[in-house]
Each structure stands twice: as C-alpha cells, then as structure tokens.
Write a protein that binds this ligand. Structure first.
Ligand SMILES: NC(=O)C1=CN([C@@H]2O[C@H](COP(=O)(O)OP(=O)(O)OC[C@H]3O[C@@H](n4cnc5c(N)ncnc54)[C@H](O)[C@@H]3O)[C@@H](O)[C@H]2O)C=CC1
Ligand SMILES: CC(C)CC(=O)C(=O)O
Ligand SMILES: [Mg+2]
Length: 352
C-alpha cells in the first residue's frame, strides 16, 4: 500500500452516487493529514453506463481496477420494471463479475443494533452478529440455462456450485472471526434436509473445521427456521456462516431488524489479498427514492470503516464507526427527514 491509499470508486446507479458522495466525504476527512495520502479514481459502471455504451465490465477496466488497494462501491441496477435493460445483466456481468474475478470469497455483513435505533421488533435484545456469506459460489455462478425439450415445456435451471475448497475457506474464516469475538459461536445456516448434496458438504466441513477451534461452539439452523429466529430472537446469533443466496436474503432481513437497510454495511473480501477487496452498502440502487436525496448514507459510510480496517487503518476505522454511532444515537427517527448530504455532513462534523 505504501504511503498512498489508492481507492477505486464505483458509484453506480440510483442512490449509489448519492451515498458514495457522503462516504467519500468521510474518507477524505478521516485520512486528511494522516499516515497516507488518499488517491481516488472514479469508474463509471452500471445500468446507466450500459444504456450509454453497451458496456458491462470491459476486461481493460477490470484490469485497471485490480491495481487499486481497495474498491468503494455504491450500488448498481435498474428499477425492477425497467424494460430497457435485460434483467440481471448488470448484476451478473458487472457486479458479480467483479466479486468473482477478484475472488471476494468472504462477503462480510455485520448486523448491529446501535443504541438509539428503533428496531421493528418489540424486544430485539442486544443484536450484534456478523454474517459470513460465501461470495464466489452457490447459485449465483451462472451455471444454468433455459431450454425447450421435445415437449412444449420450457426448462430453466440454476445450479448451485459448492466446492469443498470454497466452502472450507469461508467456514474457516467464520471460525477465525468467532474465535476473536466474545461469544465465540458459529451458526451454520443451510437447508441440508432438502439440499442434501450441498448441505451435507457444508455440514461436514463445519464439523471438520470446528476441530481446529475447540474454544468456538457451533450449531446449525435450516434457513427457514433461521428467518424465524432472526425475528424472534436475533440476539442468539454471533457469527452466521452460509452460502451466497441464503446470505443475500438473510442480510436484508438482518438490515431490517437492526433499524433499516440504510444502515447495513458490507465488505467483499479477498482474504488472501491477491486482489483488492470491495466495500459497499448491502442495499441496492433504490430506484424508488433515487435522485431525491432521501437515501440514508450511513451504510456506505460504515462500509468505509470496514475498508479502512481491512487496509490496516484501524484507528481511522474506529473513528468513523464511533462518529456514526454518536450521530445515530442522537437521531429522533431514522433519518429525521434530513437529506443524504445533511446526514453525511453531520457524521463528518463528529469526526472533527
Ligand atoms: N449491491 C448492489 O448493487 C445491489 C443491487 N441491487 C439492484 O438494485 C435495484 C433495486 O433493487 P431493490 O430490490 O429495490 O432493493 P434496494 O435495496 O435497492 O431497495 C429496497 C428498499 O429499500 C430502500 N432503501 C435501499 N437503500 C436505502 C437507503 N440507503 N436509505 C433508505 N432506504 C433505502 C429502497 O428505497 C427500497 O424501498 C435492482 O436493480 C437490484 O438488482 C439490489 C441489491 C444489491
Ligand atoms: C448481485 C447482487 C444484486 C446480489 C445482492 O442483492 C447482494 O449482494 O446483496
Ligand atoms: Mg442483496
């Protein structure tokens, strides 16, 4: 990394550029005069870019992105009903291509109910867990197709790919994280009563890796039951490890119970550091509120804290998290009807 922190910025579509602008404000402020000089390079990618150019993620852009220390990402994608853009093209050929090409095998999604934030649950208790979602495999790999057989019936397949290598490395990561946490507990979430091939691989892998971590306890929940407990007893969770699809769904639910998707941060992490990791809010491009300064930028700002931590700027990361915590605690309502930019400014003011 040297004395320069070299960040690729991909604002994307919808509210992506609005929340990234606030995240960048925070990043500039917190690194100003610090250990390293900040260098930001913007990349125009996403649905709007595709409409203008027909490009999703050209190889030369991918190669250029690989050279940065980390990536700050907003969100991409069109409104679900937008017929100008083939559904999924941007998500798969741009966002997932980035995650897969850069081997972001740990999709880290912390879920914390900050003091002062109202949960929709009557008695949420103390909620502070992380979801370690596998980021490069599962049903998101594009292993499928749509064919017509001799009958008139169309067949569509979407095959989930789970390699022993991929499962083992993410499960070990979850146990390592649990070993560092107070409660030291891992919950595997899957559906091995039905998805027996993938489910048993995950279950056997957890049993195997658990031997290396005698101080970490573990249990198992089928994903349907996990959604119940996320609503009725979220404080039971410490570290959840799960596949790409279940982790995607559970982390939107985790966002909702911890005060809203506008607060949920994530990191797509290449733990081997062979390529840059990417930090982004859990939410999407929110076309329903885009361009109105209604989005909460807190998730994007907390993603900056995850990024700083990953880059070894631990003090700066903690400073950002503390400022967010302080700002959130002072809120009467989730955003207090302030603009995206006003919330960003309020957090920056607390960094000073
Ligand atoms: N990582 C990414 O780039 C992701 C992209 N998407 C894409 O985003 C587009 C919209 O997807 P949706 O399913 O509608 O999910 P979404 O997360 O964009 O929006 C769901 C709901 O949450 C609200 N919301 C989201 N972020 C918010 C914020 N920061 N502050 C306040 N409210 C917020 C939205 O207004 C909407 O009502 C689609 O094209 C989808 O494929 C969806 C999820 C992740
Ligand atoms: C490819 C993305 C749109 C999947 C998603 O919703 C997410 O990663 O949260
Ligand atoms: Mg999602």
């Amino acid at each position: 990394m040297g004395n320069v922190i070299d960040i690729a910025v991909i604002p994307g579509d919808g509210i992506g550029p609005e929340v990234v602008a606030e995240a960048v404000k925070v990043l500039k402020f917190v690194t100003n005069g610090g250990k390293a000089e900040l260098k930001l390079t913007d990349y125009k990618l996403g649905a709007e870019h595709w409409l203008e150019t027909g490009e999703t993620l050209p190889e030369e852009t991918l190669e250029a992105i690989k050279k940065h220390d980390a990536i700050l990402f907003g969100a991409v994608g069109a409104a679900p009903g937008d017929t100008r853009i083939p559904s999924g093209i941007i998500e798969r050929e741009m966002l997932l291509k980035l995650r897969f090409s850069l081997d972001h095998f740990v999709n880290l999604r912390p879920a914390k109910l900050y003091p002062g934030i109202e949960s929709p649950l009557a008695n949420p208790g103390e909620v502070d867990f992380v979801v370690v979602r596998e980021g490069t495999e599962g049903p998101y790999v594009g292993n499928g197709g749509s064919v017509r057989t001799g009958t008139t019936h169309e067949i569509a397949t979407e095959v989930s790919v789970n390699t022993a290598y991929g499962v083992e490395r993410v499960v070990r990561d979850a146990f390592r994280r649990a070993a560092e946490r107070e409660r030291k507990h891992v919950t595997l979430v899957h559906k091995h009563n039905v998805l027996v091939h993938a489910g048993h691989l995950w279950k056997r892998t957890v049993e195997m890796v658990a031997q290396e971590f005698p101080e970490v306890t573990h249990d198992y929940l089928h994903v349907d039951a996990a959604t119940i407990f996320l609503t009725t007893d979220p404080s039971r969770f410490d570290v959840i490890v799960t596949d790409n699809l279940f982790g995607d769904i559970l982390t939107d639910q985790a966002g909702a119970i911890t005060g809203g998707i506008g607060l949920a941060a994530s990191g797509n992490i290449n733990m081997d550091r062979t390529y840059p990791s990417m930090f982004e809010p859990v939410h999407g491009s929110a076309p329903d509120i885009a361009g109105q300064q209604k989005a909460d930028p807190t998730a994007a700002i907390l993603s900056v804290a995850l990024m700083l931590d990953h880059l070894g700027l631990v003090e700066e990361a903690r400073t950002v998290e503390q400022a967010v915590e302080k700002e959130i605690t002072s809120r009467q309502e989730l955003t207090d009807n302030r603009t995206t930019s006003e919330i960003g400014d309020a957090i920056v003011a607390l960094l000073a």
